[in-house]
Design a protein around this ligand. Structure first.
Ligand SMILES: [Zn+2]
Length: 124
């Protein structure tokens, strides 16, 4: 059995649903949810509520830590590439990089599509 993750929501145990009630009979407590994986917040939260609780508690500090935007970003031809996919007439998935400004498309392999570090965008 793979290791279970804990929901990172700071108030997860306070959302008192039946499935959070754990422990030996007569001594049950509401506990943070544990799962093999979660759907929210890159696999860190059991629900949007818990994700929002985290942001309410830590969001400002996280933004200040990683760098708060002080000027608007601009979409230009250099940073307008995004990954997308379509199907051809044989129902095969075609992965492409599409430029949101020029509409130019460049073919991608499935591996490149899934690789979050693979990008045609210039940094910044
Ligand atoms: Zn939670």
């Amino acid at each position: 059995m793979s290791e279970l993750k804990l929901c990172q929501g700071p108030k997860c145990h306070q959302h008192n649903t039946k499935d959070r009630l754990k422990g030996p009979k007569g001594n049950k407590t509401y506990q943070t949810r544990r799962r093999s994986d979660f759907y929210y917040g890159s696999g860190n939260f059991c629900s949007l509520n818990c994700q929002n609780d985290w942001f309410e508690t830590y969001g400002n500090r996280a933004i200040d830590h990683f760098g708060r935007l002080t000027e608007p970003k601009h979409l230009t031809e250099d940073n307008a590439w995004y990954k997308t996919y379509d199907w051809n007439s044989n129902d095969e998935t075609l992965y492409v990089y599409r430029n949101g400004i020029t509409k130019e498309e460049r073919p991608l392999t499935k591996e490149q599509y899934r690789d979050n570090n693979y990008t045609l965008n210039e940094r910044g």
